[in-house]
Design a protein around this ligand. Structure first.
Ligand code: SF4
Length: 509
């Protein structure tokens, strides 16, 4: 689902399938995709074939290839979005694996409508060759000013450069070498933000992206999968050597990158005019789980709205959903219908819950060390109580949780990152910020689940007493530094400890 874009018909088909072959819920991912959970082996063929019947493919959802292409999902009817949208689709099409096996296994040997290039021989992998890439490869598009997709966390980030009028497309600034994952036991693995590489003309973009992927294909580490992402190649080479290699392959110098500025990372929740007389509504989906639970029947509510109003559907990088192309006159009825199913409007979520999300983790992710999606709501409930007691009710602080250090919910850029460490333990990272332009640091290591809020409480109290005017919690922690913060608060026992890797929990990714 490049850019997280679905039609109403596709959404309804996907919704129906989750009853037929899965666990009765859809799970929006942090890369604008959908997961089905607990699919029986015997149902896989039918599930994948039926998705393809609706022009949705799972090809490239996994494996050492370019994964789902991310893009800001806001359906604004401006010139820059109209100009950029074809590039997003083209990148998805161009870098999709050409493997025949997918079709033979899942689609009875038939080619999907969109998969083959004109004139292409079956089975050719013009970019991936015979061995594919050393590791998965992520590409995302963000628009100037709004880093809602966390563009710096991608192997390649693409940011349009607009003309002076702010409307028409003059080029793209290409960022390289971002990635979130690390391994707790390997100090040479780490999260990293992408570096600016170059600003290129629109007609150069595909060639430049293919060349970058080719450098990673040929020079990425194929001996150690935990050290195989592009970020490690760029970390070791330095951006100048990487740029020189790309330029040499292109047989021309790369223009210097123009500055990229992000002031915000919009959650796109609530009502927004699209600029074409229609509206879109961002609906908060707790941890991306589209499910009916008790009186809150998110899945039924969304289905009812999509059936009745046939909006476009878009998935966000924060695991929420946008219902698009709605007429002004329909807005009260859409709200009332969602309300009938207990779906809360975005403005009724307290800030700490509105802005937080988790990866799936247990019981559905084979790499999980501990809970995430099922644990975060309880942690946020406790944090909300703690904030109230500290006189910080309603504080806007962003929390992201994962069940392992692979970092699928991008916990390393946010204000409070809770990263699964062991069966019931987490590392607490502090000092990120909401725009995704700074990494946080480990404040406390290996904290039991039930101690998380107890460890955070004195930091929040210190923030309440010592913050500068309008200073965010993440900025405060960054300004203080995690080591001085621990020393001031007498919480050194949570500091990182020397360890015996043989005794650590880890996972095979
Ligand atoms: Fe990703 Fe790890 Fe969460 Fe699984 S447990 S979804 S690999 S962060």
């Amino acid at each position: 689902t490049p850019g997280g874009i679905l039609t109403a018909e596709q959404y309804l088909a996907m919704d129906t399938l989750c009853d037929a072959v899965a666990s009765g819920s859809l799970r929006i991912t942090s890369r604008q995709g959908i997961q089905y959970h607990f699919v029986r082996k015997g149902d896989l063929h039918w599930l994948l074939a039926t998705l393809n019947d609706h022009l949705v493919t799972t090809l490239g959802a996994c494996g050492d290839v370019v994964r789902n292409i991310m893009c800001c999902p806001a359906p604004l009817a401006d010139r820059q979005r109209a100009d950029v949208a074809p590039y997003v689709q083209e990148v998805a099409r161009r870098f999709r694996p050409r493997t025949q096996a997918y079709y033979e296994l899942w689609l009875d040997g038939e080619r999907a409508v969109t998969a083959m290039e004109p004139g292409e021989a079956p089975g050719e992998e013009p970019l991936y060759g015979t061995a594919y890439l050393p590791r998965k490869f992520k590409i995302g598009f963000a628009f100037p000013g709004d880093n809602c997709i966390d563009v710096y966390s991608n192997d390649i980030g693409v940011v349009p450069v607009l003309d002076g009028d702010g409307e028409s497309l003059r080029g793209f600034t290409v960022l390289v070498g971002g990635g979130m994952g690390k391994n707790h036991t390997k100090p040479d693995t780490f999260p990293r933000l992408a570096d600016p590489l170059a600003t290129v003309a629109p007609e150069e973009l595909m060639e430049v992206l293919a060349t970058i992927i080719g450098v990673q294909r040929d020079h990425g580490d194929r001996h150690d999968r935990e050290h195989a992402r592009l970020k490690y190649l760029i970390h070791e080479w330095g951006i100048d050597r990487f740029r020189a290699e790309v330029a040499q392959r292109l047989r021309r110098p790369l223009p210097a990158p123009e500055p990229v500025v992000f002031e915000a990372a919009d959650d796109h929740l609530g009502w927004h005019p699209q600029g074409d007389g229609r509206w879109f509504l961002g609906v908060k989906v707790e941890n991306g789980r589209i499910v009916d639970r008790g009186a809150v029947r998110v899945r039924s509510g969304l289905r009812a709205v999509v059936e009745r109003f046939a909006p476009g559907v878009r998935l966000t990088a924060r695991e929420d959903i946008l219902l698009t192309d709605l007429a002004d006159r329909d807005r009260p009825d859409v709200e009332a219908l969602l309300g009938d199913y207990g779906v809360l409007p975005a403005e009724q979520w307290v800030a700490i819950k509105r802005n937080s999300f988790a990866c799936p983790a247990l019981p559905t992710c084979g790499l999980a060390l501990t809970e995430s999606e099922r644990a975060l709501p309880g942690v946020l409930d406790e944090l909300e109580v703690a904030l109230d007691a500290l006189g910080l009710a309603g504080l806007d602080v962003h929390v992201r949780m994962t069940g392992c250090p692979n970092g699928c919910s991008r916990p390393y850029t946010t204000e409070i990152g809770l990263v699964g460490r062991g069966k019931k333990n987490y590392d607490i990272h502090l000092g990120g910020e909401p725009v995704g332009i700074r990494l946080n640091d480990i404040f406390a290591e290996n904290v039991p689940r039930d101690e998380l809020v107890n460890v955070l409480r004195p930091v929040l109290a210190h923030y309440r007493d010592q913050r500068q005017s309008e200073e965010r919690f993440g900025d405060f922690c960054h300004r203080q530094g995690v080591d001085p913060l621990r020393a001031q608060l007498g919480t050194e026992r949570w500091a990182r400890k020397p360890r015996d890797p043989a005794k650590e929990n880890t996972n095979p990714s």
